[in-house]
Design a protein around this ligand. Structure first.
Ligand SMILES: [Zn+2]
Length: 188
């Protein structure tokens, strides 16, 4: 079984090298250029009492992935993700948002009033902006389990699988901008 897995991996690598190098031997292939880092701006001017939580949520993603960064928009700069506090459930446009696109996160107070951790809420919603769907596993170790995890859950960092998915979502600048019309509502 191990041997078979190894053979499959070798085949996949050979195919990948062939794509890069054409007919040249794999050993002659140039090292691939480092992937460009995508910068997405967010606007917190309507985030009311949640601005520090929003900043922490962005920092959590910036510490977790390497090819996309969330930065607060400077005055007059194009905004990719608007964060709006309201009295509904937290919800967000499903991305992945591209630098030419936009999405919205609603920082709904329903979940805050129920006692859910505010930094976990916004990091989860930014996860939607970055293209992660909900996975209601009930596990606190899963960021995208959202409110299916216990109210007491304070984990606000994506797990390895979630990080890897975001890395894949931003692995290529050539990916087309999807129509971002799906809004995921995080009702408890
Ligand atoms: Zn969600």
């Amino acid at each position: 079984m191990l041997r078979r897995s190894f053979a499959l991996v070798t085949t996949a690598l050979a195919v990948g090298a062939g794509v890069i190098a054409g007919a040249a031997p794999a050993s002659a292939a140039p090292a691939p250029a480092p992937a460009a880092v995508v910068t997405l701006t967010y606007d917190d001017s309507l985030a009311a009492e949640f601005k520090s939580a929003v900043a922490q949520g962005a920092a959590n993603w910036n510490a977790s992935v390497t090819n996309v960064r969330l930065v607060k928009a400077a005055s007059g700069q194009r905004v990719n993700i608007r964060v709006i506090a309201d009295n509904g459930w937290p919800r967000a446009t499903l991305g992945p948002v591209r630098p030419t696109g936009s999405g919205t996160v609603w920082f709904g107070r329903e979940a805050v009033n129920d006692g859910y951790n505010v930094v976990r809420i916004i990091t989860h919603e930014f996860g939607h902006s970055l293209g992660l769907p909900d996975r209601r596993t009930g596990l606190c170790s899963d960021l995208m389990s959202g409110s299916s995890a216990p109210v007491s859950c304070a984990n606000a960092l994506p797990n390895a699988t979630e990080r890897a998915q975001v890395q894949r979502n931003y692995a290529s600048a050539l990916v087309a901008q999807p129509a971002q019309t799906t809004i995921l509502v995080d009702a408890a």
